[in-house]
Design a protein around this ligand. Structure first.
Ligand SMILES: Cc1cc2nc3c(=O)[nH]c(=O)nc-3n(C[C@H](O)[C@H](O)[C@H](O)COP(=O)(O)O)c2cc1C
Length: 181
């Protein structure tokens, strides 16, 4: 991992339970957007990807988040190689960071450096950004690829002109950190 992370102390965040969340996750996902943070061993740097499709809920009696990642994303390759990673909500003042994280690929860009965000490690072997309002440390427990045969509304296929069906990742939420006021 890149040296010099954790510029902010662990005490800048409180550990909360899912049922203590007071934020509107629909607003966070659709309007603030999520930041999927993974670690790229090959390039020895964090990778940050903007995501606005996903959800939080309960499955198999576990608190989970669902993420949908297209196969061509660098993040997809990095998710294939890791078990745990993080999903963050940034404050709206940092929305511009998503213009980089949602447009450029970590294959050829150090997005942490370009955005000026600060590495933060919310758990052993997991990277995130210190500026987050919320950090979800998650563990993949199921993945599958969406299929054309499953699209009950044929108009959904307008999202798949290249047949690049998303992989759905169901991830158990292991820890939630909330930035202290
Ligand atoms: C607002 C917004 C939301 C996005 N949501 C997703 C998403 O949910 N799934 C996905 O695969 N790509 C999504 N993208 C596209 C990726 O963020 C984008 O392709 C990114 O450059 C991929 O980075 P990577 O190659 O480093 O993984 C979104 C982009 C934007 C701007």
């Amino acid at each position: 991992m890149r040296k010099g992370g954790n510029a902010m102390a662990f005490s800048d965040f409180s550990v909360i339970k899912a049922k203590e969340l007071e934020t509107n996750l629909f607003h966070n996902i659709a309007d603030d957007w999520l930041l999927i943070c993974t670690y790229d061993e090959e390039n020895k740097r964090e990778n940050l990807m903007t995501a606005s499709w996903g959800g939080f809920g309960v499955l198999w009696g576990r608190e989970v988040c669902f993420l949908f990642v297209r196969p061509q994303r660098h993040t997809h390759a990095l998710l294939d190689r890791c078990e745990r990673f993080s999903v963050s909500v940034l404050p709206s003042s940092l929305h511009d960071a998503h213009k980089i994280c949602g447009r450029l690929s970590g294959r050829d860009t150090d997005k942490m450096a370009m955005t000026g965000l600060t590495e933060y490690r919310p758990a052993e072997g997991v990277v995130s950004v210190a500026e987050s309002d919320y950090i979800f440390v998650v563990k993949k427990i199921y993945e599958d690829t969406l299929k054309e045969s499953g699209m009950l509304d044929p108009s959904l296929m307008t999202n798949y002109a290249q047949k690049d069906f998303h992989t759905v990742y169901v991830c158990e939420i292991e820890k939630i950190l909330k930035k202290k006021a």
